[in-house]
Every structure is written in C-alpha cells, then in structure tokens.
Write a protein that binds this ligand. Sequence first.
Ligand SMILES: [Zn+2]
Length: 436
Amino acid sequence: METNPTRMCELLVGLPAVNVLGVEDDQVGAPLVVHVESRRDQARCPGCDARGQRKDRSAVELVDLPAFGRPARLVWHKQRWSCPAASCAVGTWTVTDDAIAPPRQRLTDRAARWATRQVGKAGRPVAEIAHELSCDWHTVMGAVSAYGEALLAQDSARTTGVEALGLDETLFVRRGERHRKHWATSVVDVGGKGHEAKLVEILEGRTAKAASSWIDAQPEPWRAGIRWGTLDMSGPYRKAFNDSLGDATQVADPFHVVKHANSKIDECRRRVQTDTLGHRGRKDDPLYRCRRLLTKAHERLDEEGVAKLTGLLEAGDPKGEVRMCWHAKETVRSLYEITDPTLAATYLDELVADMADDDMPEEVRSLSGTLSRWRDQILAWHTAFVTNGPTESMNNLIKRIKRIGFGFRKFAHYRIRVLLYAGKPNWDLLATVTPR
Ligand SMILES: [Zn+2]
C-alpha cells in the first residue's frame, strides 16, 4: 500500500513522462491539485541546436480527469529556455508535450479525449461532463470541438465512395422574439450495397447556394462517383443538384411524395370544412374528427377505422371532395408497389391525366401538377431504389442532440456535435489525433 501521497498520486495520475512536484489537497470541496513537470527536457535550441540556458518557469492549470472520485486539476510547470547564441533568432522556447496537453488546450490530453468520446459518441450533454470535471461548459465544448475536428479530418475514409447523396432540411433553432426558424441542411450518404448510411455534413441554411457551395468544394473524383441525388420535393435542392451534380440522377423520396399528397388532403379538408360549416375545424366536426384517419395508410386502418372514416366523410363531405383526395393519395401510394419501371411510368402518366380532370377538386388537380413537374425524379426511384429514408433516421439522431443541447446558439457547436454523433466517425482513430 502506497502511503506517500506524492508517490501515490504519481501512480494514479499515470501520465506519461511527468514528475509529480506536489499535491494540494487542503480545501474541502475544491478540486485536487496536482503539480507536475514534464520529463521531456528539450534543452536544445530548436533554431541552432545550441544547449539552452534555463530561464523561468510558467505554469498552466489544466482540467484533468477526476481522481479518487474528486475533480482534479493538473498544474503543469513548464520550463522556459533561452538560446545563448547571439546570432540566433529563436530567443526563448518553452517545453511542449502533447501527451500532457497540446498548446492552448485547457483540458489535459486524456481528459479531452474522454470528454470528446462522452459527448460525441455517447451523446451525453456537455453540461453533465462539465459538472463531472467541475469546470465550465465552454472549456468542455472547446476540447470536444478541437479533438472532434481533428478526428473528422483524420477519418477520410468516412466520406469516401458515396454513390447516393441525400439532401434534406432540418430545423436548427428558433431564435429571437418571434421565434424565427433557422434551418440547416443535412447532407447524407444514404448508403447502398454493403454501405452504411451516415451523415456526411450539416450546413447552415436550406438554400440551393448553401448546398451547391459545399458540393462544389468537394474533390472532383468524389463528385464524379455520385450516381444518385435523393431529395424531398423542394426547389432549392433540385437546383443544387442541377447546378452542382448535373450527371447524378435525381430521385424524389417516396416518403416525401406521399407526404405531399397527404398535405393536399389537409388543404381540401379545411376548405370543405369552411365551405360547409362556415368555420374552422372544431373537435366535434366530422371532418376534423377524421383528419388522422385520412392521412393514415389504408392497410393500417382496421375494419372499425374504415367504417368510422366512411361515416365521417358521409357526414362532412357532401360533394365527396375529401374522399377524392384521399383516394388520390392512396393511388399515389400504390405507385410504390409497382416494381417494373415501364409499368410505373404508364401508371404515373395515367394518374396525372386522371387527376387533372376538371371534375376533380382543386387540390387533386394541384397534386397532378406537382407529380407532373417531378415525374422524372419520382420514376427514378423505380430504377435506383434509393430513398431519403436513411436521411430521416439521421434526422432522428440529430433531434436527440438538439433535445439534450437545447438552446444551441452557435451553429459550429451544433455542427460538430451532430457530426460526431450521427456522422459515425471511426472512434479508434481518436487515439491517433492531436488538435492543432
Ligand atoms: Zn538558438
């Protein structure tokens, strides 16, 4: 059993190449303070290799991993040297040792790696880690950013071989008195054969320009490897693919196509509601009561559900307009049961023509127009079979980070945390990187 506290601490600290100079343990509740010096000498001038003369020492206090169940600080006394050669431009230099802490870092190297893993991989809140280390939030976030960026830069394999690239919008934050929405764009490798889906990048904004500038900045061979671009039915992302990945085949994501059809049912339901009852939906109104049944997939309704939907539509939809919208949505859904591309094209073209009929409610005619404008992108799914589904699951991971880090103010903090969590970096590489 080790009884000499200095010696004991040295064993437990377990840092490479340090001498423990002493331990301060006098204040109850305060962190344990361990004073160390580097065993690395660095007595030779980095400029002229002359033997240096000892100057003073400067001390930096670093947040370290807890010891004996208590928060700890490592005070690193760094030797400063000066060059005796009059002709040398170096003057003075200070001992550096990245194994203790790289320059300008406020956590020890090992505490920083631990914090990065806890926040980045396990998705734990920064505040929780800061509490465990007994330091402030920014100190932890700074270390996570520095080591996290170094990891992402090192892990070049993470984003190679992307064949299908997905663009999708996510809400970043609501800010200001009016809770204005600030958007972000998820750039996702949606995966493929033997290829795992992952978040490649997250961009501020949801404009064509934001997406295009990023794509344009990528290496040419990487861009050339992308065969498909998956997207929701939004103009900006279509423009980004047109402008920056002109050779990639655009694929409209089936989920978003059906979602669009569902939004037309909602529009129609509200219009018919106002036309027939003269007010917006209230909880006893038949159309209001069936709003969820309407957007549910038909096969997910049981007999009781179908009977209820039919009854409510009979009561609230005298001209059968909402029913027609519902039918249109179900017909759009059936498009995805067809596997043959030629049959799918015929089916869609007939659908677009039928829905454009003057007898159709305006919402169905509008849906026809949208399907027609996105015809090629919709039908591309029947040959590519890639979807933004993985993008949606990425977005769920992103939502988790947003919940635990509620009130993100800086996009840069949001970006690094989301990329470490949903970007699936190779965490084995963390041990090999040093921030600069
Ligand atoms: Zn020198």
